[in-house]
Write a protein that binds this ligand. Structure first.
Ligand code: HEC
Ligand code: HEC
Ligand code: HEC
Ligand code: HEC
Ligand code: HEC
Ligand code: HEC
Ligand code: HEC
Length: 485
């Protein structure tokens, strides 16, 4: 507003009116875009599984222009409960039904009248997305300048403010340090990896238009400019190379092992043959230190290799048994389908995940980020590289079929309360003593099992009442050869 104009009393009423009108228009405008947003969100949540707008037929018919075919009230009833209309013989409903091979649509009686109206409005007003014009190079993934990286880092850590609002530092959710408790938010490293991946996430798109409920909730406060996203992209690109990497200690330990082996040999050789160093205490210190290091490495490695009780590594996808086997009650055998027939229980392939995740596109805790990884892996044709947790030594024979099927032992007896685990972990130590103890104390279903018909003596003893049950031990469960190759 021009101060001289109001000071001089120049048409103050007009100015006031204009201001008022602007406010009214502003409210009206955001009101209608909010309604359109709500319609969009509801459509994405309830309808995109079966319908596209402007993308052809899916399970249900293409919906572009559908609202021109009959009045809104007609579609209102149709969406709420199409079956009712069809049963009542409504001509258009019956025609649509027959055109679509008599696949009925779901009913949506749980949606309120307002919600259905906003969905219809959304379909009605739908327009193809205009290609957004960016002011920055959105395809740039490396070769950022030092200042760009630095700006990005400061924005990410909340050290400088965002231009258009949003006060929470990105780093408060997207950790730059890895820790082993299940944090559902993607870490900064994961963002960086997803960004750098070929055909990875499109940050400009997802920051501009959050696509999951989780992201709307967590990112709602931000309105990042393209330039700001660009800086953050620069930071993530850099972080991908320099940030804390998942631990890979083994080669380092191996180097240490070899180094001290060489030093000790040199010390011994000098002590006995070459005698270059005069003071024997030097040899002694080198050899003692070497022995100490070797002993330490041997103990640590041995423990972590064979006895991995409690082992719970971070997996490439935050897959939760609690969400699947617990909350959604999916049977273990749906995913570990070999357990009854083979030695190994098996790990599910991408396709098993996609059976459900073609439709379930976002999760309550992690939004789309983790589930997107399945889709990207499937697209690239690579299996997800799950980290193996339970691992018996080579010389031991163990079969799931024998235990889970023949022995009818519940998975939980050996694997613990899996349905409560967000992160899978090894509960038992898998030691020989553990196997033996159970074989000593567990009774087998001896009578009705074909497999044991050859144990004539035991059958006779059972019949005569000499023994009242048969343990695994009695059928040879303690024979070395049964468990060792
Ligand atoms: C499980 C799949 C499925 C879901 C989910 C679904 N629909 Fe449908 N829809 C269909 C099928 C199949 C038809 C055609 C057969 C029929 O009429 O029952 C259809 C028909 C329609 C029609 C009529 C199209 C025409 O050509 O006249 C409209 C409108 C429609 N759906 C809107 C919606 C809306 C809005 C939602 C979300 C609230 C939705 N549908 C969710 C499967 C689905
Ligand atoms: C929806 C698919 C799915 C269901 C259902 C499921 N799992 Fe899993 N399971 C997986 C995946 C994927 C992994 C590998 C990632 C991990 O370790 O969390 C896995 C890993 C495991 C492991 C560790 C494997 C190893 O590397 O040593 C065990 C044990 C296991 N599951 C047991 C169970 C049990 C018991 C149930 C039923 C209570 C069950 N699972 C239900 C998908 C599933
Ligand atoms: C008697 C104990 C026992 C029972 C019962 C049992 N497991 Fe296992 N499970 C093991 C042992 C031991 C290993 C390690 C095997 C190895 O390293 O060869 C293992 C490994 C696994 C693995 C990872 C390696 C593989 O075999 O693919 C999965 C997955 C698994 N179990 C799932 C299950 C499921 C699902 C059930 C129930 C249907 C089940 N287990 C029942 C003891 C058991
Ligand atoms: C039987 C159906 C089914 C299968 C098979 C399945 N999922 Fe899921 N998954 C679900 C459902 C349902 C949800 C919960 C969605 C929600 O939070 O509302 C879910 C959620 C998730 C989530 C998000 C968790 C959260 O709470 O944010 C991830 C990640 C996930 N699944 C990964 C996988 C992977 C990996 C596989 C294959 C090994 C798989 N799922 C197989 C049904 C399935
Ligand atoms: C309150 C917690 C929170 C804050 C603060 C936050 N995020 Fe996120 N962010 C999430 C969660 C949760 C997801 C996963 C949701 C999803 O993918 O559906 C996510 C996802 C993302 C993604 C992945 C989008 C995709 O397409 O997969 C990017 C990129 C991202 N955030 C960047 C940022 C940046 C940059 C900031 C700071 C300006 C920020 N986040 C602040 C919680 C947060
Ligand atoms: C929770 C109890 C339990 C644990 C733990 C257990 N087993 Fe068993 N095991 C059984 C039962 C019960 C049977 C008999 C199954 C049947 O009815 O055929 C069996 C049978 C076997 C057999 C076949 C024996 C025969 O006479 O044919 C082998 C081999 C075996 N177990 C190996 C192992 C190994 C190796 C381990 C440890 C890694 C182990 N088991 C841990 C309960 C257990
Ligand atoms: C019920 C199955 C089972 C039977 C029966 C069994 N073992 Fe084992 N044995 C194991 C398992 C499992 C391991 C691996 C333990 C580990 O890695 O900590 C093992 C490990 C060993 C080892 C290696 C030492 C070690 O701690 O790694 C030796 C030696 C061994 N067994 C000898 C025997 C002899 C001898 C017999 C017969 C008297 C026998 N076992 C019977 C399951 C069995």
């Amino acid at each position: 507003m021009n101060p001289t104009a109001s000071n001089s009393g120049f048409r103050p009423a007009g100015v006031l009116l204009a201001a008022l009108l602007t406010i009214v228009f502003f409210i009206a405008d955001t009101g209608s875009t909010n309604a359109q947003n709500e319609g969009k969100q509801l459509f994405e949540k309830n309808c995109t599984v079966c319908h596209k707008i402007g993308g052809g037929k899916l399970v249900g018919p293409e919906l572009m222009g559908v609202t021109q075919r009959r009045d809104k009230a007609g579609y209102f009833k149709f969406i709420k409960n199409s079956k009712e209309l069809i049963d009542a013989g409504d001509p258009i409903a019956v025609k649509v039904y027959e055109e679509n091979n008599k696949i009925p649509m779901l009913t949506f009686t749980q949606l309120s009248d307002n919600e259905i109206n906003s969905i219809i409005d959304y379909i009605d007003k739908w327009e193809p997305e205009k290609e957004k014009v960016f002011t920055v190079d959105v395809n740039k993934k490396d070769g950022f300048s030092h200042t760009e990286i630095l700006r990005g880092e400061r924005l990410f850590f909340g050290l400088i403010p965002f231009e258009k609002g949003g006060t929470t530092a990105c780093v408060s959710c997207h950790n730059t340090i890895t820790n082993d408790t299940l944090n559902w938010n993607p870490s900064a490293r994961e963002l960086a990896m997803a960004f750098m991946e070929k055909d990875g996430m499109n940050m400009y798109k997802s920051m501009g238009e959050p696509t999951s409920d989780v992201m709307r909730k967590t990112h709602g406060e931000y309105k990042l400019t393209d330039q700001e996203v660009f800086y953050i992209a620069a930071f993530l690109s850099e972080f991908n190379q320099t940030g804390e990497k998942p631990h890979k200690t083994f080669p380092n330990k191996l180097m240490l092992f070899i180094l001290f082996a060489v030093l000790m040999t040199l010390a011994l050789v000098d002590l006995i043959f070459t005698k270059l160093i005069k003071y024997k205490v030097v040899h002694l210190v080198v050899i003692l230190a070497g022995l100490g290091v070797h002993f330490n490495l041997a103990v640590v490695e041995a423990q972590s290799l064979s006895r991995t009780q409690g082992y719970a590594p971070d997996q490439p996808i935050k897959f939760s048994h609690k969400v699947h086997a617990g909350d959604n009650k999916t049977d273990c055998r749906y995913c570990h389908s070999f357990a009854d027939y083979s030695k190994s229980a098996g790990t599910p392939s991408n396709n098993v995940c996609l059976n459900c995740h073609k439709v379930v596109l976002s999760g309550r805790n992690s939004g789309k980020f983790e589930i997107n990884k399945i889709h990207r892996a499937a697209k690239s044709g690579k299996p997800v590289e799950w980290i193996r947790i339970h691992n018996l030594p080579e010389h031991v024979f163990f079969s799931h079929a024998q235990h889970a099927n023949a022995g009818k032992i519940a998975c939980e007896t050996c694997h613990g309360a899996v349905a409560e685990m967000n992160i899978m972990k090894q509960v038992e130590d898998l030691s020989m003593g553990w196997c033996i103890n159970c074989h000593r104390s567990t009774k087998v279903n001896f009578k009705d099992n074909q497999y044991y018909s050859t144990y004539l003596k035991l059958h006779e003893e059972l019949k005569s009442g000499k023994i009242d049950s048969v343990t695994v031990e009695k059928i040879g469960g303690l024979d070395c050869m049964k468990c060792h190759y």
